[in-house]
Design a protein around this ligand. Sequence first.
Ligand code: CTP
Ligand code: MG
Length: 437
Amino acid sequence: MTDSPAPLVAVIVVAAGSGTRLAAGQPKAFVPLQGQPMLAHALRGVTGMREPAQIILVVPADRVVEARQIAAGVNIRAEADPSVSAPVSALDLEVVVGGSSRQESVQRGLARLHPSVEIVLVHDAARALTPSALADAVVDAVRATGHGVIPGLAVSDTIKRVAETAADASQLGTVLGTVDRSELAAVQTPQGFPRHVLIAAVAAASPEMTDDAAIVAAAGHPVRVIAGHPLAFKITTRADLDRAEHLLAAARTPRSSPVFDATPRIGTGLDVHAFDDASPLWLAGLHWPGEQGLSGHSDGDAAVHAICDALLSAAGLGDIGTIFGTDDPRLVDAHGDVFLRETLALVHAAGFRVGNVSVQIIGNRPKLSPRRAEAQSLLSGILDAPVNVSATTTDALGFTGRGEGVAALASAVLVPRDVALPAGSGPGRANDLNLGL
Ligand code: CTP
Ligand code: MG
């Protein structure tokens, strides 16, 4: 036990789920991610918080000992006797056995709160790459507003209400209508609440609500949404785990050399979309009224997609298909800004900033020059770096010359960020991935 002041914040890390959808043969939080259990990554994010917090770790009954060992590996001292009540520091942690539902697991964690705690964060261990800064932002917002606060990301896809009447189980059913996505947010954890609000709401809650904010809102308390973070995504399926592996592997690369490598990285990207009479045209991040549109899973913006590919390839993160997946329902009808912002966050997380980007659009239409400056300003603003947009035709040759579609070719230069740490100098902070080096 340390002499640190009693904590005002507690983080309940729920890790007692079985991981049915991941199907890795063991509880999800204990599945390795870049050689360490997912739980170790999640705990590293929590211990990176600015303010010392009581950490309550909720795990399956047969994993208590292992959870303590994992915590010790992250430099958190687990309580040998959880019934001891005494001041705790950020290096202290309690391990408790979870229940059969997430809600029950949260409830068991709440029972262990230190008396001094005023703000409670509930966090999914499955969101293993969540940056410490997101938890800090939630704490700050709970303190400033006195209300529940949850991180959320704007929903980029078009959402449909669907009747569940399909005879064929592989189909979802019939579309009933479109939901206004401007009112929607995809919410993440950690979710934060004033202690008394969460405890009272949980005590009054109906058995199965899917998140803590729903419980608090059902009890009549306001809940605010703050900006979430792309790295706070939940690892649910094998594809999510692969994505997390990929991100961590790329983030380790520039830091693993004995001497910090400041060499800029170059990447290229090419994208092609066919014209499609039924779609509006979106190109270089702009809407082009009256022009023939481009087909595609998203809005068909070949210029933005080529830029994303160039950025991802320069960062060693693969390509747009690997990261976003053409079958990702979140990206149906998504516009360029969504792809660029998410790509930029990944590039930052991998330890780079954008030096400059150049993209050339190849096609007969639209005529770019009247809106070149507008496109450059939009794209430069999003990427916080100079973006040059140029255009050419192909002398009536090939598919672009025949007016069948548009191609775009992009190059990007990334510069290692000076916040990237040499090997061995400790975990990252803020929006970095916590690598535990
Ligand atoms: N969780 C928990 N106790 C439960 C169920 C879930 O602590 N009885 C935790 C999980 O460990 C996870 C978080 O709640 O960190 C979010 O749940 P989810 O992603 O659904 O994880 P699992 O329930 O493990 O996965 P699945 O639903 O695929 O079985
Ligand atoms: Mg579950």
